[in-house]
Every structure is written in C-alpha cells, then in structure tokens.
Ligand binder design. Structure first.
Ligand SMILES: [Mn+2]
Length: 410
C-alpha cells in the first residue's frame, strides 16, 4: 500500500500506524500541502500503480485530482482519504473521502487519531494502551489542546520530532510501540534533552523581554524585538508577559522579515500585516521587511530605550495594593494608582490627576501604554518616601502603608 501523508508530527503518526498495520508493505510518501497534488498525479499516471492500494492522510487534493481519484475508485481500485481540516469537508461527498474535524464529544480530531480508528474498525490494527496514548499525544499537539490541558508530554513529543532526523525518529517510535503495548513514555535521555532545551528557551525569552521597545504604530501599541529563533514560543510568551501591548513584532533583519503575534481577541494582526504588504492569520502574521517596514520598525525605534520588566520580588509596592501602587519610567515620571472604590481607580501622573478607571488592570494598562512605565522597585519607593517624609528608611519599611498614606495626604 502507498500512503501519502503530511510532513509534520500528525503526518508521521499516520505513517507509523500504516507501518504497524501493513508492515513492510507500507510505502510512505511524505508530502506538503504544496506538492501533494503533483505527487498523487504522478502516482496515478503510472499504469502499474493501479493495483496498489492508496491512502492519503492529513492532506486534501484539489478538484482536478479529486476527479481522477473518483475515476480510479469507480474502476474498483482502492483509494481512501482521511483528513481533519474543515477546508476538506467537501470530500465527504466521495465514498472514499472521510473528513471529520471534531468528535461527537467536542474534542478536535487529527489525522492520526482518525486513521487509528479507521484501521481498528477495518480489523487492520489492534487497540493497545500505548497506541491510545501515542495517538492522543499527537492529537493534543496538532489541535493545540495540549496547551489548555498543560500536556507537556505532547509538546515534548513534537519538539523531539523536530530535533531528530525523521527516519530515525520514526523507527524509534515504531520500536517502542511494538515493544511496550501498555504505555507510551519518553525515555530518560529524551526527558533530559527537553529539560535542557526548555531551560535554554526560557532564558532566551527572559533576555528578549528586556529588549522590547514599546512604540505606537498607527493605532496599535506594539512591542518590537529582534529575534530569529523560537518565534512562536517567544511571541506567545512576550505577549503574556506584556498584556498591555496590542501585539509583539518579531524582527529578523538578516532574513528581511517581520512577524506579528497577538493574544488579544480584538486585535487582528493579519489586517495589520496587510498594511505592509503581508498577511497571515488573525493571531499570527508577517510581512517582508521592505524599506517602509524597515523605516517603521527598525530605524524609528533604534534611538528608543527598551521597556523594563516589572520587578517580581516586591513585597511593599505590589500590584492592586489597597493603599495604592507606584510606577516609574525612563524619564523619571512617577505614576500612582489609587484605589478609590472597587470600581474606581484613579491615576496620578507626577501628582496630577490623569484619569480614573473601572479596574486596576485598566489603570495599569493606561500607565504602561502612555508612559512606558513599570512597577517601581520597593527600594526606590522606600527611599522616595523616606526623603519626602524625612523619616528613616527602616521606619518607612516597617510602616509602609502608613507612609504611603502620609505622603499622599501631606
Ligand atoms: Mn494534522
């Protein structure tokens, strides 16, 4: 049998299942959405191939190839297509097409999970605990469900897939699925490798978080950062660390590319990218670094200083404190969020009223977007209050809340 499948982990999952079901008779072509039609067409053009069963997983064919597959099917030659992409739904009209994006219980499907069920139903593969586990890891990764479930094992399986050469990785997975039918686990070495890799990425993210340049581009408050690796992890992490920013712009001057990532429902970075001749998805897009884009994102931003992250170890000047919270920026401006009631938070900018907000988060968002400020360090707050009130720093520390109130009313 001949299997045409995608080149990602979901595609590899299908290939592994075919090899378990058909053994040496399984011949796998790894394809991409771009070259699938061409490769299937070539296969169909060889008269000898009419006797070979063909299956396509995780990918769909265009209308021209669809017609040729229908022709093949009508001649009584075996053809089966299994996919989970909504865009392929029309192929359900064909007897040889099976497209199912979602299970009855609401879980999203993937090609590997659908193909596993197909092979079991047709008596070609026996259910095992290891296969249940393996196919579900692939499914959780492919549908991004792992993130909600915090299923790190699924994420690690995908990282390992990209770390190793595909053929060797697949052999290894097959050996494991054959040897241990009860469970599918990562080895000690794999776990150690992933620990090292994850530490490396987390240090990289922290370093990049200290390089973010905040600026407005059109109506959007954006965070600019130069980066050329771990882009999806980085975009996601920096957005979460800086929720006051509308998007993160990932600049790769060497590759002449800019990427746009957001986590906000009301921001469409695909539309934003189109302003610079690019495109993509609502939450992840990109464009070529044209001269205009270079001017906007690189040249104009170069003289600006990066944002400072909020201190993580403050004990006195903390967010949402009942006695109020101080922020500062590179110009030495001091902002203060004063809670007036549960639904009223006033912002004082260098002592002047700068508006009131219905939540602490909104007040902070205003301060961060408009003044480029960060949470002021405990030590700086104590020193400031000690000087203003002419009280020893130790005393301010011991009665911090009282000192803030005193400074405020005095
Ligand atoms: Mn897939």
């Amino acid at each position: 049998m001949k299997l045409f499948t995608d080149s990602d982990l979901d595609g590899l999952g299908c290939s592994a299942l075919a090899k378990l079901a058909y053994g040496d008779k399984a011949d796998v072509y790894y394809c991409s959405p771009r070259n699938l039609n061409q490769r299937v067409e070539y296969f169909l053009d060889q008269p000898d191939n009419s006797k070979i069963d063909m299956t396509i997983t995780d990918l769909s064919v265009n209308e021209e190839i669809e017609a040729r597959l229908e022709e093949r099917f009508k001649k009584g030659q075996f053809v089966q297509l299994i996919d989970h992409h909504v865009t392929a739904m029309r192929l359900n009209d064909r007897k040889w097409g099976f497209v199912k994006p979602e299970y009855e219980d609401g879980r999203k499907s993937c090609a590997t999970s659908l193909y596993y069920e197909y092979l079991m139903e047709h008596g070609l593969l026996e259910q095992t605990g290891a296969l249940d586990e393996f196919t579900d890891l692939v499914r959780q990764y492919d549908t991004w469900e792992w993130e909600k479930n915090e299923n790190v094992k699924a994420k690690r399986l995908n990282d390992l897939f990209y770390l190793f050469e595909r053929g060797k990785f697949e052999e290894d997975i097959l050996r494991r699925l054959r040897e241990n039918k009860d469970a599918f686990d990562l080895t000690e070495t794999e776990t150690m490798l992933m620990d090292i890799e994850e530490n490396k990425i987390s240090r990289y993210i922290n370093a990049k978080n200290r390089q973010i340049i905040q600026t407005f581009v059109d109506e959007f408050c954006v965070g600019l950062v130069h980066a050329e690796q771990y882009l999806s992890e980085l975009g996601n992490a920096l957005n979460k660390l800086n929720p006051h920013l509308d998007m993160i712009v990932l600049l790769n001057v060497g590759g002449k590319k800019a990427g746009f990532r957001t986590i906000h429902e009301d921001v469409n970075v695909s539309e934003f990218a189109s302003r610079f001749g690019g495109g993509g998805h609502p939450k992840a897009s990109g464009c070529e670094l044209t001269e205009e884009a270079f001017d906007h994102f690189v040249l104009k931003a170069f003289p600006l200083q990066p944002l400072k992250p909020d201190p993580e170890r403050n004990e006195l000047n903390v967010k949402n404190a009942p006695y109020g919270t101080y922020y500062e920026n590179r110009l030495g401006d001091i902002s203060f969020i004063m809670p007036v009631s549960d639904q009223c938070f006033e912002v004082l900018q260098n002592g002047e009223n700068a508006g009131s907000f219905s939540s602490y988060e909104e007040a902070e968002r205003h301060i961060k977007r408009h003044y480029g400020s960060w949470l002021r360090f405990d030590d700086a707050c104590v020193l400031h209050l000690s000087t203003a009130l002419r009280i020893p720093a130790e005393e301010v520390k011991a009665n911090y809340e009282k000192a803030v109130k005193q400074a405020f009313n005095g």
